[in-house]
Write a protein that binds this ligand. Sequence first.
Ligand code: GAR
Length: 199
Amino acid sequence: MKRVAVFASGSGSNFESLVEASRQSNLGYEVVLLVTDRLDAYALERASRLNIPTKSFAPKAYATKGEYEIAILTILKQFKIDWIALAGYMRLVGSTLLEPYQQRIVNIHPSLLPHFPGKDAIGQALKAEVAQTGVTVHYIDEGIDTGPVISQEIVAVRPEDTYETLQKRIKQVEHHIYPKTLAKIMREDELNVSKTRVN
Ligand code: GAR
């Protein structure tokens, strides 16, 4: 069973769905830690309800991004974290975390990447008046939403959509695609480990 830390900055609905899905069936991972970069993230309340340990780090309390990430890395080691799942973590991951967790950090983004990267992907899609947008789960690299895509799902934009209605349908898709994709990655991870063992 792989040990996952979820990183969030806000509401944490994706965090909650990752936890709930892994508790309902064996998906090959368990969420053992929530990390936030905000001391007031609503995700922290969800974690307390779900009985998941939390650690919050205020970036401003550190002189550099490197120091901030070293503090996080120390905790990840204590919790023996195998994988990191970003879920509404509104911050670029730096090399201090990327290097030790190479190809082991995934993110969910509310658009069909490479379209509408960065902040407010839903607002960007509405402004562009596209007929469809969607959800992407991808590996993280040093760019803004640029890492290799793992899975995507389309969400149609309806003429009557407001930000809220579109966001609601996007989140519904997110809540099933993220646990499903993590489960797939965990299976592949297991296969790679056993291949390494055979060789
Ligand atoms: C989600 O829609 C996620 O895709 C998005 O933030 C929201 C967090 O919601 N992430 C990004 O935009 C990352 N660039 P949640 O806190 O309810 O899970």
